[in-house]
Design a protein around this ligand. Structure first.
Ligand SMILES: *Cc1c(COP(=O)(O)O)cnc(C)c1O
Length: 419
């Protein structure tokens, strides 16, 4: 459920007309709804309430949308953070998320990143190799600290999602193979400076079915038993993220968080572990839209080209993983048309939709891309010397610019003095 709806002929974000935001800020612009984020956080918290021993932690995957204003809203909802870089760690802390509610994931944490996060505090480092554990051990030993650690297990299950957002098969770079887990934990137990306490898994993103998640969690459950038998005191199981979100009525309908929670409750009943969840997309995906303006409509061989002022640099998902986004006129004229929706960037991949039946629009009309709150602005870049897209947060009838449009060309370039 979201709060972007047509009111008296024109789409609003909560109580704010999108036309007013486009007028004031210009386009393209990302618009986020606080009420939608809060609702999704609540649905997720409710779905996993009472799962595992102790209070479950819902650690929002910051990479999905790291805007500080978004993080502060989610912190207020009681979410922790799953971070994959020290930049994300700092953002989470700046938003008021307590260190004991932060897990540090990622396959390439550097020594500097680990040292800073250890000094600042984390609930757990999710290590992705024994080599990483050795590095963390040396850093913790030097700081005279004990680093809480769990290993990310690669369960070798197919997530049934797009290849570029699958992370839990043997051919993905993530985690350690289940077959090597016992050896890795045994070595970690012998290393100084480590508190071996957890285990984690994350098999991919935009999952429609929870069956692959259940298969992965069952493998994790077997490992927890084997690890305890080997002497490791596993108390924290981090089940990752990956739950898909609905993209439209005629698109695949992902399992609901309630069904996910019921499955988790069933599978983890005898684990005797505190549980952590890392949803990203589920919380913010449908809480954001990308607002863009039609530059012109150009005749095409099969269908007209609808050229909008947002490009693949603003919203990479269609180019990167063939993602489908709902596309609508902000103020529909009533008629429908079949068009190819493209951006201005000089790449054939700068295509948002081919042969899409949608509201008929004309040059100058406002159009929005739905489900753009996750992996949207955060992936934006300056290709074709385009500025970074601004972001707006809406709360009821109030709205605020929460990131300015950034022109990178007057930002970081330096002329060499030997020119
Ligand atoms: C990306 C990621 C997530 C979040 O995935 P969603 O599909 O957005 O829920 C969670 N955990 C890890 C380790 C990730 O890399």
């Amino acid at each position: 459920m979201d709060h972007f709806a047509n009111r008296s002929g024109s789409l609003h974000a909560e109580d704010v007309p999108l036309t007013a935001i486009a007028e004031a800020v210009g386009t393209p612009v990302y618009v986020y709804s606080v009420a939608t984020m809060k609702r999704h956080a609540e649905v997720m918290l409710d779905a996993v309430a009472g799962c595992g021993s102790g209070e479950p932690l819902v650690a929002y995957a910051v990479k999905a949308n790291p805007n500080g204003a978004v993080l502060r809203v989610l912190q207020g909802c009681g979410l922790g953070a799953d971070v994959v870089s020290i930049g994300e760690y700092r953002r989470a802390r700046a938003a008021g998320i307590a260190p004991e509610r932060i897990v540090f994931s990622g396959v390439g944490k550097t020594a500097e990143e680990m040292a800073e996060a250890l000094a600042g505090g984390v609930l757990q480092f999710n290590a992705e190799s024994i080599e990483e554990a050795r590095m963390l051990s040396a850093i913790a030993d030097a700081q005279g600290k004990s680093a809480p650690i769990g290993f990310r297990i690669n369960p070798d299950v197919e997530a049934g999602t797009h290849a570029k957002i699958t992370t839990g098969t043997a051919d993905n770079k993530f985690g350690i193979p289940a077959a090597e887990a016992l050896g890795a934990y045994a070595e970690a137990e012998r290393l100084p400076g480590l508190k071996v306490q957890g285990i984690t898994v994350h098999i991919g993103s935009q999952l429609v079915s929870i069956a692959p998640l259940e298969a992965a969690f069952r493998r994790l459950g077997e490992l927890i038993g084997a690890l305890r038998a080997q002497g490791s005191d596993i108390r924290l199981a981090d089940l990752g993220g990956g739950l898909g979100v609905p993209h439209g009525a005629d698109q695949p309908q992902p399992a609901l968080p309630e069904a996910y929670g019921a499955m988790v409750r069933r599978v983890t009943a005898d684990w005797n572990c505190r549980l952590v969840f890392e949803p990203g997309r589920l919380i913010v995906g449908n809480a954001g839209v990308l607002l863009t303006r039609v530059v012109r409509v150009k005749p095409g061989a099969s269908h007209p080209w609808l050229i909008v002022d947002a490009g693949m640099n603003d919203l990479m998902r269609p180019a990167l993983y063939d993602a489908w986004h709902g596309i609508e006129a902000v103020t529909p004229r009533g008629a429908k048309a079949t068009v190819n929706v493209v951006g201005p960037v000089c790449e054939s991949g700068d295509t948002f939709a081919m042969a899409r039946e949608m509201d008929a629009v004309e040059a100058g009309d406002l159009v929005l891309f739905r489900t753009a709150g996750a992996y949207g602005a955060t992936m934006a870049n300056g290709y074709n010397s385009r500025p970074l897209t601004p972001e707006v947060l809406v709360d009821g009838d109030r709205w605020a610019l929460v990131r300015k449009r950034i022109d990178l060309s007057d930002c970081a370039e330096v002329d060499p003095d030997w020119r």
